[in-house]
Design a protein around this ligand. Structure first.
Ligand code: NAP
Length: 288
């Protein structure tokens, strides 16, 4: 990330002069697999449940999604959008521009619109909503649902500093929220968006091997998951470079050094780089 990258990492250290989230009204249009956790993290950050309204495709679906995160189901998209300060659009990328066209006159003129859609650019969103309107792209990953995720925020040209601060405050409980450019979003998808899926695959593979080596499955699950979490937490908390931490556990002629040599022989480093590169490349292809 470059020097201009802003981060929101420690919500407890938030300045008292930050936005009053209890006074903010949020409309989430499309609270599914990603819109739901985004709504939940905004509630966790301090938005009042009666001021976070959800509208999906039907009353039943809105009610289910609202109950799941502890928000309010709106009777209609129009009701959800009335007086909203922030409008989150959590529909699929192929739907988003049509949805904006449909809702354009209902979205309050001074609201910030946040799009979660991958591959739809700020220029497309701004052109479809209306010139001069505040638009942000947010690229979250699924670990935001446990407050340990990452969100890449892309700021549209009409977003004021106060609105930018508000968006960071809304994502303060997501894990880490960073400002990125639209060009960086492809690398972000490799390093955070799709990386969550790669991590699940790696953890699964290591768990299966632990079982093959004779550990009970429940034991294998907890040992692998806890060790992965612990290793990441050690790096985050100490700031130590991963290569230094790795050298620290590789005793000469020891088990870890032997295992590490096998990782290199099997091309694990190159395989991980290839996975991240493929995700970034696909993200570029999907951006029309
Ligand atoms: N999933 C991820 O890991 C991830 C990560 C980053 C970004 N994203 C982005 O997040 C967006 C949503 O993906 P998703 O996986 O969350 O999809 P999803 O689970 O299918 O959720 C989409 C939601 O949109 C609602 N919806 C569809 N059309 C609507 C309309 N016309 N009016 C109101 N609500 C409508 C659906 O309502 P019903 O439930 O009633 O059908 C559903 O709740 C996508 O643009 C994707 O690029 C996803």
């Amino acid at each position: 990330m470059d020097d201009t990258t802003a981060q929101t990492q420690d919500p407890d250290a938030a300045q008292p002069s930050g936005p009053d989230l209890a006074a903010v009204t949020v409309a989430v249009i499309g609270a599914g697999n990603m819109g739901g956790p985004v709504a939940a993290t905004m509630l966790d950050a301090g938005v009042r449940p009666d001021r976070l309204r959800i509208a999906n495709t039907s009353a039943d679906s809105s009610r289910r999604a609202a109950e799941q995160v502890g928000a309010t189901a709106a009777d209609s998209r129009q009701d959800a959008l009335a007086d909203a300060d922030v409008v989150v659009l959590g529909v699929k990328p192929y739907q988003i521009l049509d949805l904006i066209t449909e809702l354009r006159d209902l979205i309050p003129a001074d609201a910030v619109m946040i799009s979660l859609a991958a591959g739809t650019t700020l220029a497309q969103l701004e052109d479809t909503l209306a010139a001069g309107r505040a638009v942000v792209r947010a690229m979250p990953n699924t670990p935001i649902s446990v407050g340990e995720g990452a969100v890449g925020l892309m700021r549209g040209s009409s977003v004021t500093d106060a609105q930018h601060q508000l968006i960071h405050a809304l994502f303060a409980r997501a894990g880490v929220a960073v400002d990125i450019t639209e060009e960086q979003v492809h690398a972000f998808i490799g390093a955070a968006g799709s990386l969550a899926g790669f991590a699940f695959a790696i953890i699964e593979a290591m768990t299966e091997e632990a079982v093959r080596q004779g550990l009970r499955r429940d034991l294998a699950d907890s040992l692998v998951q806890q060790t992965m979490r612990g290793a990441a937490t050690m790096l985050l908390e100490s700031g130590v470079h991963p290569a230094v931490a790795k050298a620290g556990v590789c005793s000469p002629g020891g088990t870890t050094a032997e295992g590490y040599a096998a990782l290199e022989r099997e091309g694990v480093r190159a395989g991980l780089a290839a996975a991240m590169d493929a995700a970034a490349r696909r993200s570029r292809e999907l951006t029309s």
